[in-house]
Every structure is written in C-alpha cells, then in structure tokens.
Design a protein around this ligand. Structure first.
Ligand code: SF4
Length: 446
C-alpha cells in the first residue's frame, strides 16, 4: 500500500480530555429454548472490554471472525443494548440518555458499514441519500444546505453532478465514498468504521483508506476501525486492540503492538502478515483447534485450549490485565507483575519459567518480522536489546539481501547477453553463402 503523507492529528500528544471511554463493557445475547422460551444460557459476544479514545485518534479492533469486534462497535453506538459496563462519550454515559438526548447526540457518532451496496437505498438518488439525515437534524441553515452537500461530496471524491444518479450507477469504491459522505454530512466527531474496505479491490482499498485519513486530518475525526486485515490496520491505526472470544486480550499503540506483540494469540495472528522479501523465512505460528463457542467459553484463560504456553494456572484462573509498558496492556499469566505469576515465580515453578522462555523467543521472532516489514529501524531494535536473531532479521539485513539479489541478477543478465553475442556471429558464420532463408525473418503467414 502506498505510503500516505497527510499529517496525522493523533501523532501529536493526545489532549487530556478523552472523547470516548469504554469501561467493563459486556454484551450478552440470551439463548432461549423450550416451549416457554426460557433463557438457558448466554452468548458472550463482548465480555468486559475497556479502553479510552482521544480526539483525532484511530483505534483498530482486530481478531478472527466472530470474536465480537462488530458487536463491540454497535454496543458503543447504542445500536445493540449492553449487558453491563459504561460507554461515556464527551463526559455523558450514552446509556443514561433519554430518547430526545440520544437523538441530539446521534449525528456525532456515526457508522460506516462493510457492504456499501446493501447499506444504500437503491430507490434514492445519491444527493438525497447524503442530504436526508443532515436535513432532519438541521445541521446547516436552509440557504447554505446545497453548498454544504456539494462540499461534502467533493471532500469525499464525488462530483456535484453525481447527486441525481442512483447507487447502482457507481462502482464499489464510489459507493463506499457515498457511505462516507453520508456519515460525514452529519458533522460527526466519532465514526465506527466496520470493515469499510474488506469488500473492495486492493487498489481501491488504498484510496478509501487514504480518503479516511485525509478526512480525519481535515475534520479531526476519531475512528474505531474494525478489520481483520492487519496490513490495512498497520497503515491507519494509532492504537490496536486485539480481541479473542469477546475479550480484549492486548491493547497498546500501533508501534508497540506490531513491534512487540505480547499475547500468544497476538503473536500467532501477526505471524501471518506477509513480509515483502522473497528471502525472508516466515515463522508462521499455526493455532491448533477451533475457536471455542462464545456460549460456552473455556474456564480460566479463554485462549488456553489453543495456547502453546498453556500452564495449569491458565485452566483455572482468568488472567489479570498487566501493563507491560505505559499503555501496553496484556491479559496473560506469563507476564510479571501479575499477582498470580508472582506467587508461582516465588515457588520456582519450572512450567512458568519454560513458558516464558518460549514466549521470549517468539517475541524476538515477531520483532524480526516487524523489522523486515519496515516497522522498526535497526536503532529501535538495538535500543530495545532484542536478540541476535532479531537483529539479523532487521530492516538492514533485508536491504542487504535485496541488494545482493539485485547484483546476482545483473551478473546473470550480463552473462546471458554475452552468451547471446557470442552465439549470433557463430550462427551467421554457419549459414551457407547465398542461402537467404537462413537470414530471412520468418513470415507470420507460414
Ligand atoms: S494465560 Fe496462559 S493460556 Fe492464556 S495466553 Fe497466557 S499462557 Fe496462554
């Protein structure tokens, strides 16, 4: 994906007042059965997640399909009811607002859907699709309305003459631009982008991602970006949250999480990101077993049925959150500072020591892969005191290998050209004099 040059508002220090605060949010869906439709259990789609977002930031939620990313986004917008926890937007708990207050707040919290086609009415012209909600919410005075809609369309890469056309007359990328314009026309502060590019071609994905970043810089928007495409996430995010079976198992800044994924699940997920180097040996971590049902999650750590570092304690106790470095939080028994691990370490538990050693090796491999993708500079790696293995996989090593390969390729081409030059006079000399057929080019008709 092409590097985007727009300066990102969130790359500056975040303002002290958060825009969105999510605490201990849970969304459970009841399972009903029998003639009386009694509740016999719950699907724990979102199970106790907490994070904060500051104006102008982008936080990405990543994880396998069914891990609760979309439900989390919808619950934050109060489109799906919560089971417990708090969602505070600009100091107001949105679940305590009455219908009128919620209606007044709605324009500020918008959603961009995954499928641009099915989220647009086929019977309405594009101008009306974009203008309908701002008109209802009186976003601008009547006399400025048309100019306002034209400007929004232009900012989203659409032309004023597109107003009278219908969604089926547009390509997939243009339809997603219409969806973005519809959300933007309400002058929002916060947008949940629910896999906005997963239905598009790769080249169009880059355009839409760059458009979202441009609009963020222009309008100081805050995004919650839901995706399972880690390359896209790496391009757009400031913060990353990794979800597994409804839990936020790791969160931190993009640089921290990509350079040093801590949770075994994050390491497995990130080990699948392709490295653009033909010589780079991928250390892919294959997760065994299938995802347990969110209706009946495993006891203790929910990931223990698939974790290669699983210890006895993991099967019994839910891992606490441990802040490994400021803002980089992981839920895993392996990390020091967890009271459970301190107890075990005190008793010289070999199982914990062994699992930690394996984990440290996996962290180094992940750092090597991040360096090969260009995430870390060599200085970063050296300053973080990573192992020799990680250093050899650093960006510098990758560049060296590429230039060696280029040299070899050039030499190979030179040898081929020399061989051809030698072969041509020999062939000309071998042809009998006067035999025109030897030099005459083959006729295409023959
Ligand atoms: S708590 Fe145990 S099972 Fe869970 S991720 Fe950490 S090591 Fe693996």
């Amino acid at each position: 994906m092409a590097k985007h040059t727009t300066s990102h508002p969130s790359q500056t220090t975040p303002p002290s007042q958060e825009l969105l605060s999510v605490s201990h949010l849970k969304t459970y869906f009841p399972i009903k059965s029998g003639v009386l439709q009694r509740v016999t259990g719950y699907v724990k789609a979102v199970d106790d997640i907490s994070f904060k977002l500051y104006p102008g930031q982008t936080m990405s939620l990543v994880g396998e399909s069914g891990c609760g990313k979309t439900t989390a986004g919808r619950t934050i917008l109060r489109l799906t009811p919560k089971s417990a926890g708090e969602v505070v937007f600009e100091g107001k708990d949105i679940y305590k607002l009455d219908a009128q207050e919620l209606r007044a707040l709605r324009p500020q919290m918008q959603l961009i859907f995954q499928d641009p086609y099915s989220s647009l009415s086929p019977r309405m012209p594009v101008g009306e699709i974009i203008a309908e909600a701002p008109r209802q919410h009186h976003i601008v005075p009547k006399e400025q309305f048309d100019t306002y809609i034209d400007k929004i369309m232009k900012d989203c890469g659409l032309q004023p003459y597109h107003r009278d056309r219908y969604p089926h007359e547009f390509s997939g990328g243009q339809r997603q631009r219409i969806c973005i314009a519809r959300a933007l026309a309400l002058n929002p502060k916060f947008i949940v982008c629910d896999e906005p590019v997963s239905a598009l071609d790769v080249s169009i994905q880059a355009q839409i991602i760059n458009l979202l970043m441009d609009l963020q810089a222009q309008y100081n928007l805050t995004y919650l970006f839901i995706s399972h495409d880690l390359s896209v996430v790496e391009h757009i995010s400031d913060l990353i949250g990794v979800m597994y079976l409804g839990d936020l198992v790791e969160r931190g800044t993009k640089k921290e999480v990509f350079a040093r994924p801590l949770h075994p699940y994050t390491q497995a997920l990130f080990s699948a990101i392709p490295v653009p180097d033909p010589d780079y040996k991928m250390n892919r971590i294959i997760l065994e077993g299938s995802i347990p049902s969110p209706a009946n999650p495993p006891a203790g750590c929910k990931f223990h049925t698939r974790c290669r570092y699983c210890m006895e304690i993991c099967k019994q106790q839910v891992p606490p959150s441990y802040e490994v470095e400021p803002g980089h939080v992981v839920n895993c028994h392996l990390y020091e500072g967890s009271p459970v691990v301190d107890d075990l370490t005190g008793s010289d538990d070999m199982e914990v020591q062994l699992a930690r050693e394996k984990l440290a090796a996996a962290e180094d491999r992940a750092a090597g892969a991040a360096a090969a993708r260009g995430q870390l500079s060599v200085d970063d790696i050296v300053s973080e005191n990573l192992s020799e293995e990680a250093r050899t996989d650093s960006q510098e090593a990758v560049l060296d290998r590429s230039s060696e390969w280029m040299k070899e390729r050039e030499q190979q081409l030179e040898r081929m050209q020399a061989d051809r030059r030698q072969a041509e006079p020999a062939a000309a000399g071998a042809a009998p004099a006067g035999d025109e057929s030897a030099e005459a080019p083959a006729s295409p008709e023959k």
